[in-house]
Design a protein around this ligand. Sequence first.
Ligand code: PEP
Ligand code: MN
Length: 337
Amino acid sequence: MIVVFNENATPVQIQKVTEKLLDKGFDLHRSTGTSQVVFGVVGDTLAVDTRDFEVLEGVHEVIRISEPYKLASRSFKKEDTIVKVGKATFGGKKVGMIAGPCSIESRDQIKKIAKMIKKTGTKVLRGGAYKPRTSPYAFQGMGEEGLKYLREAGDMNDMAVVSEVMDRMDIIPALKYVDMIQVGARNMQNFALLKELGKINIPILLKRGMSATLQELLMAAEYIMAGGNHQIILCERGIRTFENYTRNTLDISAVPVLQKLTHLPVITDPSHGVGIRDKVAPMARASIAAGADGLILEVHYDPEKAFSDGAQTLYVNQYEQLVKELKIIASAVNRTL
Ligand code: PEP
Ligand code: MN
């Protein structure tokens, strides 16, 4: 961390800042030869709120040079983390694919979709059992019964399964059924939930909040990692912008930006990212071209009748065609699918 003083900072003001920094156990290196006094602050600055120093008299600016997250950062771990979910991997040379309906609607529905998706080589099945719906009157999901059907569908087709948990009370029950837990966009900063997920030992699919910066997403990952669980897949799922033609704006630049900042795998969710069926495949192709480590996509045999998110859900034949195209794009960027 660097503290830059005003040009006219007085010795008394500088002394006060010095004492506050030394009190906190930091080492100070004072630069000389410029018109302004500058301190290089060395020590564990992770927990420091830079504003605590910025408000002190005589201080011009406080600049953080190390990131506020540690375990998630590329400087802490240079090599890419590979997260295994059943037979799929995320973060290695192989691109990981996750597909399935937005919601689990019945035993038959999820089994039928799993069987169809399996044929494309997809190894992870998605399906929501606890749905975060804007309206309390909209379908809220089948709960634990749905998770049971998801597990059965996964087992019958040799696929791993992922589902969202919204409440920390639902984590332990969900562990009986799922191979990975999803944290949805609306819960990215549910710190109580994140802390509990740090205590378990299965992968977490952590979605970016719709108004979250990439640093906030990485801080959310840090919460889980600080608890001891390092198996995290980050997911860009679209953010709120001024544009309202699409449901969200899929920030594909998040992929290379995050991959530079963190060793964790980064996937995208083009379904929620754009929210309109015919825009999903182009954004999926663009994501793989941009270097995404995987994709999560909503797929249904009859999207028109889906209980949730039908308008952004691919027909099975569209998904099959997309997978064929993605294989070509993946090989062009030195990946396999
Ligand atoms: C979902 O995956 O169906 C979902 C609700 O995702 P998000 O949290 O990204 O909106
Ligand atoms: Mn959905």
